[in-house]
Design a protein around this ligand. Structure first.
Ligand SMILES: Nc1ccn([C@@H]2O[C@H](COP(=O)(O)OP(=O)(O)O)[C@@H](O)[C@H]2O)c(=O)n1
Ligand SMILES: [Ca+2]
Length: 469
Protein backbone atom coordinates (compact mmCIF):
# COMPACT_ATOMS: atom_id res chain seq x y z
CA UNK A 1 0.00 0.00 0.00
CA UNK A 2 1.37 3.34 -1.01
CA UNK A 3 1.35 6.32 1.45
CA UNK A 4 -1.03 9.16 0.40
CA UNK A 5 0.71 12.17 -1.09
CA UNK A 6 0.99 15.12 1.39
CA UNK A 7 0.26 17.70 -1.43
CA UNK A 8 -2.99 19.72 -1.61
CA UNK A 9 -5.71 18.78 -4.03
CA UNK A 10 -6.36 21.51 -6.63
CA UNK A 11 -10.01 21.77 -5.48
CA UNK A 12 -8.87 22.49 -1.90
CA UNK A 13 -6.51 25.16 -3.09
CA UNK A 14 -9.25 26.64 -5.25
CA UNK A 15 -11.82 26.82 -2.40
CA UNK A 16 -9.27 28.25 0.04
CA UNK A 17 -8.25 30.81 -2.60
CA UNK A 18 -11.87 31.88 -3.11
CA UNK A 19 -12.26 32.25 0.68
CA UNK A 20 -9.28 34.58 0.94
CA UNK A 21 -10.34 36.62 -2.10
CA UNK A 22 -13.90 36.91 -0.74
CA UNK A 23 -12.64 38.10 2.62
CA UNK A 24 -10.26 40.65 1.13
CA UNK A 25 -12.84 41.87 -1.40
CA UNK A 26 -15.65 42.33 1.10
CA UNK A 27 -13.54 44.01 3.72
CA UNK A 28 -12.07 46.28 1.04
CA UNK A 29 -15.50 47.25 -0.27
CA UNK A 30 -16.83 47.85 3.21
CA UNK A 31 -13.95 49.92 4.43
CA UNK A 32 -12.64 51.66 1.33
CA UNK A 33 -15.61 52.09 -0.98
CA UNK A 34 -18.05 53.25 1.68
CA UNK A 35 -15.62 55.61 3.35
CA UNK A 36 -17.50 58.31 5.27
CA UNK A 37 -17.45 61.74 3.72
CA UNK A 38 -14.52 63.87 4.83
CA UNK A 39 -15.32 65.61 8.10
CA UNK A 40 -15.94 69.01 6.55
CA UNK A 41 -18.54 67.72 4.09
CA UNK A 42 -20.24 65.15 6.29
CA UNK A 43 -22.85 67.71 7.30
CA UNK A 44 -25.04 70.24 5.61
CA UNK A 45 -25.81 73.59 7.19
CA UNK A 46 -28.55 76.18 7.11
CA UNK A 47 -28.66 79.67 8.61
CA UNK A 48 -31.77 81.56 9.71
CA UNK A 49 -31.83 85.12 11.03
CA UNK A 50 -34.84 85.84 13.24
CA UNK A 51 -35.32 89.59 13.05
CA UNK A 52 -37.56 90.15 16.05
CA UNK A 53 -38.79 93.35 17.61
CA UNK A 54 -36.14 93.52 20.30
CA UNK A 55 -33.14 91.80 18.72
CA UNK A 56 -32.04 89.65 15.80
CA UNK A 57 -31.12 86.06 16.60
CA UNK A 58 -28.93 83.95 14.33
CA UNK A 59 -29.38 80.18 14.24
CA UNK A 60 -27.00 77.78 12.52
CA UNK A 61 -28.52 74.35 11.86
CA UNK A 62 -26.56 71.23 10.99
CA UNK A 63 -27.63 67.77 9.80
CA UNK A 64 -26.03 64.67 8.22
CA UNK A 65 -25.46 65.26 4.50
CA UNK A 66 -26.97 61.93 3.43
CA UNK A 67 -30.16 62.44 5.37
CA UNK A 68 -32.06 65.61 4.58
CA UNK A 69 -34.96 64.34 6.65
CA UNK A 70 -32.85 64.17 9.74
CA UNK A 71 -32.72 67.91 10.21
CA UNK A 72 -33.13 69.91 13.28
CA UNK A 73 -30.11 70.31 15.45
CA UNK A 74 -29.27 73.91 16.12
CA UNK A 75 -25.54 74.09 16.68
CA UNK A 76 -24.88 77.74 17.30
CA UNK A 77 -26.92 80.75 18.18
CA UNK A 78 -25.90 84.34 18.41
CA UNK A 79 -27.73 87.51 19.28
CA UNK A 80 -27.25 90.60 17.14
CA UNK A 81 -28.78 94.07 17.57
CA UNK A 82 -32.41 94.51 16.49
CA UNK A 83 -32.68 95.89 12.97
CA UNK A 84 -35.93 97.73 13.69
CA UNK A 85 -33.97 100.31 15.65
CA UNK A 86 -32.28 101.28 12.38
CA UNK A 87 -35.49 102.52 10.72
CA UNK A 88 -33.92 105.91 10.08
CA UNK A 89 -30.54 104.45 9.14
CA UNK A 90 -31.01 101.50 6.74
CA UNK A 91 -27.27 101.25 6.07
CA UNK A 92 -26.67 100.72 9.79
CA UNK A 93 -29.18 97.87 9.80
CA UNK A 94 -27.09 95.89 7.33
CA UNK A 95 -23.87 96.66 9.21
CA UNK A 96 -25.42 95.60 12.52
CA UNK A 97 -25.52 91.98 11.37
CA UNK A 98 -21.86 91.94 10.39
CA UNK A 99 -20.48 90.46 13.59
CA UNK A 100 -23.09 87.73 13.65
CA UNK A 101 -22.47 86.86 10.01
CA UNK A 102 -18.71 86.67 10.49
CA UNK A 103 -19.27 84.20 13.32
CA UNK A 104 -21.54 82.13 11.08
CA UNK A 105 -18.81 82.10 8.44
CA UNK A 106 -16.46 80.63 11.04
CA UNK A 107 -18.92 78.01 12.28
CA UNK A 108 -19.83 76.67 8.85
CA UNK A 109 -16.86 74.95 7.12
CA UNK A 110 -15.79 77.14 4.21
CA UNK A 111 -16.21 74.29 1.70
CA UNK A 112 -19.94 74.37 2.55
CA UNK A 113 -20.45 78.15 2.44
CA UNK A 114 -21.67 78.35 -1.14
CA UNK A 115 -24.44 75.82 -0.70
CA UNK A 116 -25.55 76.85 2.79
CA UNK A 117 -28.97 78.50 2.58
CA UNK A 118 -29.31 81.78 4.47
CA UNK A 119 -32.73 83.18 5.29
CA UNK A 120 -33.90 86.24 7.15
CA UNK A 121 -37.40 86.21 8.56
CA UNK A 122 -38.81 89.33 10.19
CA UNK A 123 -41.75 89.16 12.55
CA UNK A 124 -44.49 91.27 14.10
CA UNK A 125 -43.51 94.95 14.44
CA UNK A 126 -40.90 94.64 11.68
CA UNK A 127 -42.83 96.10 8.79
CA UNK A 128 -40.09 98.47 7.76
CA UNK A 129 -39.39 97.59 4.18
CA UNK A 130 -36.67 100.14 3.60
CA UNK A 131 -34.65 98.54 6.39
CA UNK A 132 -35.31 95.07 5.01
CA UNK A 133 -34.06 95.96 1.54
CA UNK A 134 -30.85 97.42 3.00
CA UNK A 135 -30.38 94.25 5.01
CA UNK A 136 -30.98 92.18 1.87
CA UNK A 137 -28.21 94.05 0.10
CA UNK A 138 -25.83 93.43 2.97
CA UNK A 139 -26.65 89.73 3.25
CA UNK A 140 -25.89 89.19 -0.44
CA UNK A 141 -22.28 90.12 0.29
CA UNK A 142 -21.63 87.02 2.42
CA UNK A 143 -20.45 83.74 0.89
CA UNK A 144 -23.68 81.88 1.69
CA UNK A 145 -26.58 81.10 -0.61
CA UNK A 146 -28.86 83.97 0.44
CA UNK A 147 -32.49 83.09 -0.26
CA UNK A 148 -34.13 86.35 0.71
CA UNK A 149 -35.48 88.40 3.59
CA UNK A 150 -39.19 88.52 4.19
CA UNK A 151 -41.81 89.31 6.76
CA UNK A 152 -43.61 86.32 8.20
CA UNK A 153 -47.37 86.45 8.46
CA UNK A 154 -48.91 85.92 11.90
CA UNK A 155 -50.08 82.38 11.04
CA UNK A 156 -46.58 81.53 9.75
CA UNK A 157 -44.95 82.86 12.92
CA UNK A 158 -47.36 80.81 15.00
CA UNK A 159 -47.36 77.59 13.03
CA UNK A 160 -43.63 77.23 12.34
CA UNK A 161 -43.08 77.43 16.08
CA UNK A 162 -45.34 74.46 16.45
CA UNK A 163 -43.65 71.09 16.10
CA UNK A 164 -45.41 68.14 17.63
CA UNK A 165 -48.95 67.03 16.93
CA UNK A 166 -49.91 66.60 20.55
CA UNK A 167 -48.23 69.71 21.85
CA UNK A 168 -49.39 73.27 21.34
CA UNK A 169 -46.98 76.21 21.17
CA UNK A 170 -47.07 79.44 23.16
CA UNK A 171 -44.67 82.15 21.98
CA UNK A 172 -44.38 85.53 23.69
CA UNK A 173 -42.28 88.06 21.80
CA UNK A 174 -41.76 91.75 22.36
CA UNK A 175 -44.32 92.91 19.79
CA UNK A 176 -46.67 89.96 19.33
CA UNK A 177 -47.72 86.72 20.95
CA UNK A 178 -48.73 83.47 19.26
CA UNK A 179 -50.83 80.52 20.32
CA UNK A 180 -51.01 77.35 18.18
CA UNK A 181 -52.51 73.94 18.89
CA UNK A 182 -54.37 71.06 17.31
CA UNK A 183 -57.97 70.87 18.48
CA UNK A 184 -60.54 68.20 17.73
CA UNK A 185 -63.11 71.01 17.84
CA UNK A 186 -61.55 72.99 15.03
CA UNK A 187 -61.61 72.43 11.29
CA UNK A 188 -61.40 75.99 10.13
CA UNK A 189 -65.08 76.37 9.23
CA UNK A 190 -65.72 78.76 12.11
CA UNK A 191 -62.70 80.91 11.42
CA UNK A 192 -60.67 80.05 8.30
CA UNK A 193 -58.07 82.73 9.08
CA UNK A 194 -56.90 80.71 12.06
CA UNK A 195 -56.41 77.47 10.14
CA UNK A 196 -53.06 76.16 8.95
CA UNK A 197 -53.10 72.71 7.38
CA UNK A 198 -50.05 70.47 7.31
CA UNK A 199 -49.24 67.12 5.85
CA UNK A 200 -46.47 65.60 7.95
CA UNK A 201 -45.18 62.03 7.86
CA UNK A 202 -48.35 60.82 6.15
CA UNK A 203 -50.78 62.56 8.52
CA UNK A 204 -52.92 65.63 7.96
CA UNK A 205 -53.10 68.24 10.69
CA UNK A 206 -55.52 71.11 11.10
CA UNK A 207 -53.70 73.55 13.30
CA UNK A 208 -55.40 76.42 15.08
CA UNK A 209 -53.07 79.41 15.24
CA UNK A 210 -53.39 83.08 16.09
CA UNK A 211 -50.88 85.87 16.40
CA UNK A 212 -51.89 88.88 18.51
CA UNK A 213 -50.05 91.90 17.21
CA UNK A 214 -49.36 94.49 19.96
CA UNK A 215 -49.73 91.86 22.69
CA UNK A 216 -46.07 90.91 22.92
CA UNK A 217 -44.53 91.80 26.27
CA UNK A 218 -43.10 95.21 25.27
CA UNK A 219 -46.11 96.44 23.33
CA UNK A 220 -48.50 95.24 26.04
CA UNK A 221 -46.49 97.25 28.57
CA UNK A 222 -46.75 100.30 26.33
CA UNK A 223 -50.50 99.75 26.11
CA UNK A 224 -50.75 99.82 29.92
CA UNK A 225 -48.69 103.01 30.01
CA UNK A 226 -50.95 104.54 27.38
CA UNK A 227 -54.01 103.75 29.54
CA UNK A 228 -52.42 105.78 32.30
CA UNK A 229 -51.27 108.74 30.24
CA UNK A 230 -54.27 109.32 28.00
CA UNK A 231 -54.99 112.73 29.46
CA UNK A 232 -51.41 113.90 29.24
CA UNK A 233 -50.50 113.26 32.88
CA UNK A 234 -47.14 114.49 34.07
CA UNK A 235 -46.81 111.75 36.64
CA UNK A 236 -48.06 108.16 36.77
CA UNK A 237 -48.23 105.77 39.76
CA UNK A 238 -47.79 102.41 38.10
CA UNK A 239 -48.60 99.23 40.10
CA UNK A 240 -46.51 97.07 37.71
CA UNK A 241 -43.23 98.71 38.77
CA UNK A 242 -41.52 98.22 42.11
CA UNK A 243 -41.89 100.66 45.03
CA UNK A 244 -39.13 103.23 44.76
CA UNK A 245 -38.78 102.82 40.97
CA UNK A 246 -38.77 106.20 39.32
CA UNK A 247 -38.12 107.11 35.73
CA UNK A 248 -38.79 110.05 33.49
CA UNK A 249 -40.16 109.05 30.11
CA UNK A 250 -40.84 111.02 26.96
CA UNK A 251 -44.32 111.03 25.49
CA UNK A 252 -42.97 111.01 21.94
CA UNK A 253 -40.95 107.93 22.71
CA UNK A 254 -43.81 106.00 24.33
CA UNK A 255 -46.33 106.72 21.59
CA UNK A 256 -43.90 106.10 18.76
CA UNK A 257 -45.47 102.72 17.86
CA UNK A 258 -48.27 101.69 15.49
CA UNK A 259 -49.81 99.81 18.44
CA UNK A 260 -50.71 103.11 20.09
CA UNK A 261 -51.61 105.01 16.91
CA UNK A 262 -54.32 107.62 17.54
CA UNK A 263 -54.16 107.09 21.29
CA UNK A 264 -51.64 109.83 22.07
CA UNK A 265 -53.05 112.75 24.03
CA UNK A 266 -53.44 115.82 21.82
CA UNK A 267 -51.22 118.25 23.66
CA UNK A 268 -49.18 116.27 26.16
CA UNK A 269 -46.23 117.66 28.06
CA UNK A 270 -42.82 116.45 26.89
CA UNK A 271 -42.29 114.01 29.74
CA UNK A 272 -44.06 112.09 32.43
CA UNK A 273 -42.62 110.62 35.61
CA UNK A 274 -43.23 106.94 36.16
CA UNK A 275 -43.43 105.99 39.85
CA UNK A 276 -43.63 102.34 40.85
CA UNK A 277 -46.09 101.27 43.55
CA UNK A 278 -45.50 97.50 43.33
CA UNK A 279 -49.04 96.19 43.62
CA UNK A 280 -49.76 92.87 41.92
CA UNK A 281 -53.54 93.16 42.17
CA UNK A 282 -53.52 96.66 40.70
CA UNK A 283 -51.12 95.55 37.99
CA UNK A 284 -53.38 92.68 37.02
CA UNK A 285 -56.41 95.00 36.83
CA UNK A 286 -54.43 97.40 34.65
CA UNK A 287 -53.37 94.57 32.34
CA UNK A 288 -56.92 93.25 32.07
CA UNK A 289 -57.95 96.69 30.79
CA UNK A 290 -55.96 96.21 27.58
CA UNK A 291 -58.01 93.10 26.68
CA UNK A 292 -61.47 93.34 25.24
CA UNK A 293 -63.68 90.52 26.48
CA UNK A 294 -67.07 91.91 25.53
CA UNK A 295 -67.47 91.13 21.86
CA UNK A 296 -67.35 87.61 20.40
CA UNK A 297 -69.26 86.53 17.31
CA UNK A 298 -68.15 82.91 17.60
CA UNK A 299 -69.04 80.09 19.96
CA UNK A 300 -66.00 81.01 22.04
CA UNK A 301 -63.22 83.57 21.96
CA UNK A 302 -59.92 84.27 23.62
CA UNK A 303 -60.01 88.08 23.59
CA UNK A 304 -60.55 91.03 21.25
CA UNK A 305 -63.24 89.00 19.47
CA UNK A 306 -60.75 86.39 18.25
CA UNK A 307 -62.05 82.85 17.87
CA UNK A 308 -60.32 80.18 19.91
CA UNK A 309 -61.47 76.56 20.17
CA UNK A 310 -61.36 74.71 23.47
CA UNK A 311 -57.78 74.23 24.63
CA UNK A 312 -56.49 70.73 24.01
CA UNK A 313 -53.36 68.75 24.86
CA UNK A 314 -50.14 69.91 26.39
CA UNK A 315 -48.34 73.15 25.54
CA UNK A 316 -44.79 74.31 25.29
CA UNK A 317 -44.17 77.94 26.19
CA UNK A 318 -41.00 79.71 25.05
CA UNK A 319 -39.29 83.08 24.35
CA UNK A 320 -40.39 85.64 26.96
CA UNK A 321 -42.46 83.00 28.80
CA UNK A 322 -39.13 81.33 29.43
CA UNK A 323 -37.07 84.49 30.16
CA UNK A 324 -39.58 85.85 32.65
CA UNK A 325 -40.74 82.69 34.41
CA UNK A 326 -37.17 81.45 34.63
CA UNK A 327 -36.08 84.64 36.36
CA UNK A 328 -39.02 84.42 38.78
CA UNK A 329 -38.36 80.73 39.52
CA UNK A 330 -41.82 79.95 38.21
CA UNK A 331 -41.05 77.59 35.31
CA UNK A 332 -42.41 74.71 37.35
CA UNK A 333 -46.07 74.79 36.30
CA UNK A 334 -47.06 72.15 38.81
CA UNK A 335 -46.96 75.06 41.28
CA UNK A 336 -50.60 76.05 41.74
CA UNK A 337 -51.90 79.28 40.23
CA UNK A 338 -52.58 80.49 43.77
CA UNK A 339 -48.92 80.04 44.62
CA UNK A 340 -47.90 81.82 41.43
CA UNK A 341 -50.06 84.78 42.46
CA UNK A 342 -48.60 84.75 45.97
CA UNK A 343 -45.09 84.78 44.52
CA UNK A 344 -45.91 87.69 42.20
CA UNK A 345 -47.62 89.61 45.02
CA UNK A 346 -44.47 89.37 47.07
CA UNK A 347 -42.11 89.96 44.16
CA UNK A 348 -43.88 93.07 42.81
CA UNK A 349 -43.90 94.57 46.31
CA UNK A 350 -40.12 94.19 46.66
CA UNK A 351 -38.49 97.64 46.80
CA UNK A 352 -36.55 98.57 43.67
CA UNK A 353 -33.41 99.42 45.66
CA UNK A 354 -33.35 95.99 47.31
CA UNK A 355 -33.93 94.22 44.02
CA UNK A 356 -31.02 96.01 42.38
CA UNK A 357 -28.76 94.91 45.22
CA UNK A 358 -29.96 91.32 44.89
CA UNK A 359 -29.39 91.24 41.12
CA UNK A 360 -26.38 93.44 40.39
CA UNK A 361 -25.62 91.80 37.03
CA UNK A 362 -29.12 91.65 35.54
CA UNK A 363 -29.78 94.21 32.82
CA UNK A 364 -31.69 97.06 34.51
CA UNK A 365 -34.35 97.28 31.81
CA UNK A 366 -35.14 93.57 32.13
CA UNK A 367 -35.02 93.66 35.93
CA UNK A 368 -37.50 96.53 36.09
CA UNK A 369 -40.01 94.66 33.95
CA UNK A 370 -40.22 91.16 35.46
CA UNK A 371 -43.09 92.16 37.78
CA UNK A 372 -45.02 93.37 34.75
CA UNK A 373 -43.83 90.38 32.71
CA UNK A 374 -44.92 87.78 35.26
CA UNK A 375 -48.27 89.45 35.85
CA UNK A 376 -48.83 89.83 32.12
CA UNK A 377 -48.07 86.15 31.49
CA UNK A 378 -50.43 85.02 34.23
CA UNK A 379 -53.19 87.30 32.96
CA UNK A 380 -52.66 86.44 29.29
CA UNK A 381 -52.77 82.71 29.99
CA UNK A 382 -55.75 82.66 32.33
CA UNK A 383 -57.94 85.61 31.28
CA UNK A 384 -56.78 85.76 27.66
CA UNK A 385 -56.32 82.16 26.53
CA UNK A 386 -58.62 80.64 29.18
CA UNK A 387 -56.14 78.35 30.90
CA UNK A 388 -57.54 77.23 34.25
CA UNK A 389 -55.93 76.14 37.53
CA UNK A 390 -56.19 72.66 36.05
CA UNK A 391 -54.99 73.17 32.45
CA UNK A 392 -52.16 75.49 33.58
CA UNK A 393 -50.36 72.27 34.56
CA UNK A 394 -50.38 71.19 30.90
CA UNK A 395 -47.89 73.96 30.06
CA UNK A 396 -44.17 73.26 30.02
CA UNK A 397 -41.86 76.24 29.91
CA UNK A 398 -39.01 75.44 27.53
CA UNK A 399 -35.90 76.99 26.13
CA UNK A 400 -35.56 74.19 23.62
CA UNK A 401 -37.88 71.89 21.71
CA UNK A 402 -36.35 68.53 20.84
CA UNK A 403 -32.81 69.84 21.04
CA UNK A 404 -33.49 72.89 18.89
CA UNK A 405 -33.95 76.33 20.29
CA UNK A 406 -37.69 76.85 20.47
CA UNK A 407 -39.19 79.19 17.90
CA UNK A 408 -40.27 79.33 14.28
CA UNK A 409 -36.83 79.39 12.63
CA UNK A 410 -36.29 75.66 12.08
CA UNK A 411 -39.80 75.07 10.69
CA UNK A 412 -39.34 78.09 8.42
CA UNK A 413 -36.06 76.80 7.00
CA UNK A 414 -37.33 73.23 6.54
CA UNK A 415 -40.39 74.54 4.75
CA UNK A 416 -38.43 76.79 2.39
CA UNK A 417 -35.88 74.09 1.58
CA UNK A 418 -38.69 71.57 0.96
CA UNK A 419 -37.31 69.35 3.68
CA UNK A 420 -40.54 68.83 5.61
CA UNK A 421 -41.46 65.24 4.78
CA UNK A 422 -45.14 65.04 3.83
CA UNK A 423 -45.18 61.26 3.75
CA UNK A 424 -44.01 58.68 6.26
CA UNK A 425 -40.41 57.72 5.63
CA UNK A 426 -39.35 54.31 4.31
CA UNK A 427 -37.28 52.23 6.66
CA UNK A 428 -34.21 54.32 7.24
CA UNK A 429 -31.03 53.21 5.44
CA UNK A 430 -28.39 51.48 7.54
CA UNK A 431 -26.04 53.96 9.19
CA UNK A 432 -22.41 53.81 8.10
CA UNK A 433 -21.20 51.91 11.18
CA UNK A 434 -24.00 49.35 10.79
CA UNK A 435 -23.18 48.90 7.11
CA UNK A 436 -19.49 48.26 7.78
CA UNK A 437 -20.30 45.83 10.60
CA UNK A 438 -22.69 43.83 8.43
CA UNK A 439 -20.15 43.67 5.59
CA UNK A 440 -17.28 42.59 7.85
CA UNK A 441 -19.33 39.98 9.71
CA UNK A 442 -20.65 38.56 6.42
CA UNK A 443 -17.15 38.44 4.99
CA UNK A 444 -15.67 36.71 8.02
CA UNK A 445 -18.49 34.15 8.23
CA UNK A 446 -18.23 33.42 4.49
CA UNK A 447 -14.47 33.06 4.72
CA UNK A 448 -14.72 30.76 7.73
CA UNK A 449 -17.24 28.53 5.94
CA UNK A 450 -15.04 28.33 2.87
CA UNK A 451 -11.89 27.67 4.90
CA UNK A 452 -13.71 24.96 6.82
CA UNK A 453 -14.85 23.44 3.54
CA UNK A 454 -11.29 23.51 2.24
CA UNK A 455 -10.02 21.87 5.44
CA UNK A 456 -12.64 19.08 5.19
CA UNK A 457 -11.81 18.48 1.56
CA UNK A 458 -8.12 18.24 2.35
CA UNK A 459 -8.74 15.80 5.23
CA UNK A 460 -10.96 13.47 3.19
CA UNK A 461 -8.34 13.60 0.51
CA UNK A 462 -5.50 12.61 2.95
CA UNK A 463 -7.31 9.93 4.97
CA UNK A 464 -8.99 8.05 2.10
CA UNK A 465 -6.99 4.88 1.17
CA UNK A 466 -5.85 5.27 -2.35
CA UNK A 467 -6.49 2.50 -4.75
CA UNK A 468 -3.40 1.10 -6.27
CA UNK A 469 -3.86 1.07 -9.87
N1 LIG B 1 -32.85 87.63 28.10
C1 LIG B 1 -33.98 88.23 27.77
C2 LIG B 1 -34.28 88.47 26.41
C3 LIG B 1 -35.48 89.10 26.10
N2 LIG B 1 -36.35 89.48 27.08
C4 LIG B 1 -37.64 90.10 26.75
O1 LIG B 1 -38.43 89.11 26.13
C5 LIG B 1 -39.32 89.73 25.21
C6 LIG B 1 -39.31 88.95 23.94
O2 LIG B 1 -38.07 89.09 23.35
P1 LIG B 1 -37.84 88.49 21.91
O3 LIG B 1 -36.52 89.01 21.45
O4 LIG B 1 -38.06 87.04 21.91
O5 LIG B 1 -39.03 89.19 21.12
P2 LIG B 1 -39.20 89.38 19.56
O6 LIG B 1 -37.94 90.04 19.11
O7 LIG B 1 -39.39 88.04 18.96
O8 LIG B 1 -40.41 90.23 19.38
C7 LIG B 1 -38.92 91.18 25.11
O9 LIG B 1 -39.86 91.87 25.88
C8 LIG B 1 -37.56 91.23 25.74
O10 LIG B 1 -37.38 92.45 26.40
C9 LIG B 1 -36.05 89.20 28.41
O11 LIG B 1 -36.84 89.52 29.29
N3 LIG B 1 -34.87 88.59 28.74
CA1 LIG C 1 -39.89 86.09 18.24
Amino acid sequence: MKEASPGYRPVTVFVAGIAVIALVALVTVAVVQNKPLPKSTRYRYGIVLDAGSSHTALYVYKWPAEKDNNTGRVTQTESCPGISSYASNPQGAGDSLRECMLKAAKWVPSSRHGETPLYLGATAGMRLLNVLSAVEGALHSYPFSFRGARILSGPEEGSFGWGQATTGALDLGGASTQISFVSAHFNGSQSPGNLMTFRLYGNDYDLYTHSFLCYGKDQALRQTLARQTQSGQSSVSDPCFHPGYIRVREYSDLYNTPCLADLAPRTPPTNFTLLGTGNFQGCQELIKSIFNFTQCRYSRCSFNGVYQPQLQGSFEAFSAYNYVLDFLNLTDTSVSLEDVKARLREYCATPWSLLQKQHPTTKRKYLAEYCFGGTYILTLLTEGFNFTADTYKDITVVRQIKGSDAGWTLGYMLNLTNMIPAEAQDTPPLPYAGYVSVMVVTAVVLALILLFLAYRLQRTHCSKPHKIV
